[in-house]
Design a binder for this molecule. Structure first.
Ligand SMILES: [Zn+2]
Length: 114
């Protein structure tokens, strides 16, 4: 249950930032290398938020492509499969630029009623 643990981390972050206010939507950015199954993540989210202050809050997932940068020629490659080789020159001397993200991008809080 990889997604459940991941989701728990998101819930913890959101609860810390919600500051007791109702949260309507949470946007997260998840890197390709995290190997997250979207449906599984949504299911975990509903499971973890049910009966809590976050119940009914929408989880919007933005998937971030895995990008490597070649140390030999400087070319950036977006990976479909996790094989770390430059598509331009074939060098394996590459640096992972993106793909490992797990980031809560934004938390939409309900406006406070005065
Ligand atoms: Zn290269």
């Amino acid at each position: 249950m990889h997604e459940l643990a991941l989701c728990q981390a998101i819930v913890d972050t959101v609860e810390r930032h919600a500051d007791g206010r109702r949260v309507e939507q949470v946007d997260v950015r998840i890197g390709h290398f995290r190997q997250v199954v979207p449906d599984s993540l949504q299911f975990s989210w509903e499971l973890l938020t049910e009966g809590t202050e976050l119940a009914g809050c929408r989880l919007v997932v933005d998937h971030v492509a895995a990008v490597i940068e070649c140390q030999a020629c400087g070319e950036a490659t977006t990976l479909e499969v996790p094989i770390l080789v430059c598509s331009s020159c074939g060098s394996s001397d590459v640096m992972l630029v993106s793909g490992e993200e797990l980031l809560v991008a934004s938390i939409d809080r309900a406006r406070e009623v005065c």
